[in-house]
Design a protein around this ligand. Sequence first.
Ligand SMILES: *Cc1c(COP(=O)(O)O)cnc(C)c1O
Length: 365
Amino acid sequence: MQHSKDLKRTILLNPGPGTTSQKVKEALLVEDICPREEAFGDVMHQICDGILEIGHGKKTHEVGLFVASGTGAMEAALVSAIGPSDKVLILANGAYSIRMAKICEQYRIPFTNIGSFGEYPDVSDIEKKLTHGGFTHLAMIHHETSTGMMNPMEDIAKICQKRDVKLIVDAMSTYGAYPYNLEKTPVDFIFSSSNKCIHGMAGLSYVIFRKDRTEELKANSRGFYFDLYQQWNNLQVKNQLRFTPPVQICYSFLEAINETLKEGVSNRWSRYQSNWQILYDGLTSIGLKPFLDRDHESKILLALDLNSKENLDFDDLHDYLFERGITIYPGVIPEINTFRVAVIGDLYAEDMHQVVNHIKSYFES
Ligand SMILES: *Cc1c(COP(=O)(O)O)cnc(C)c1O
């Protein structure tokens, strides 16, 4: 019995949940199964293996899955990694790092911020701070999805390693597209979600951790639901997730992981970069001004100044594009009126040209 539903393909330029492939959508439609069955335990393990394979971390790392949006993984990483006598330095140069600081505040985890909104980090400043500040951990966002800035993760990883400071990385809007090699750059804790660069549906997030951090995770955690050790260990020992997983989302996520591996992370990275370039060239040619210096752009997301065009109203542009199957996203940069377009998702060059043409027509009309 074959049922099918014709779905309009939309172009989502918001930074995740992105446009998903037809197969990822179809994978949602599966027979009912109790998630405590062994067959479903296998699905969870395949998801974990796939996540690790994407970052070349199978030999060195483990992964804990959570039924939560990305912020859940962020909370799990912070409250599980940082122990009662630890102190964390947060690279705070965008909206998402401010969220990490808020989580620390909430749990009374001692932290200090370094950096300012929208500014490229000075690695030597961070190094100085680590030398004298008594920090055990450093937490950073790799790609600040609020500004489009790619922070120098590898350089920061080096100075952390030199000083025995554990590194916590938010890879929310990079994991699946950025070519991580966790064997070479042994980040201690790195987290992301199902619905960003792996192109799955929202509903799952994960924290990858170094195998040799397992014991301290067990000792440190102050979360209940967001206890990384318990969440990981339960799947190892009992072959099921600690609490109810979203069954259909899991099947669909597995399909998205397999598509990521099939395309290859470095190919996906090239696709993102060339998609971004089409948007950048097209939109700057009609006078829209990027928020960041070219050198600091991730080429995953572009934040554009709304004031670069006279009388440009975000809602009006949004509605014009939405009617044409394209979704743009508001900005979050304080004091500067911006909007954002991201290339996260199953999107191709022809989609980008279509976007640029529609935006051109908007300004002509
Ligand atoms: C999307 C995102 C998050 C998590 O957001 P959720 O809405 O909880 O999924 C966290 N950090 C960064 C850098 C992000 O891009």
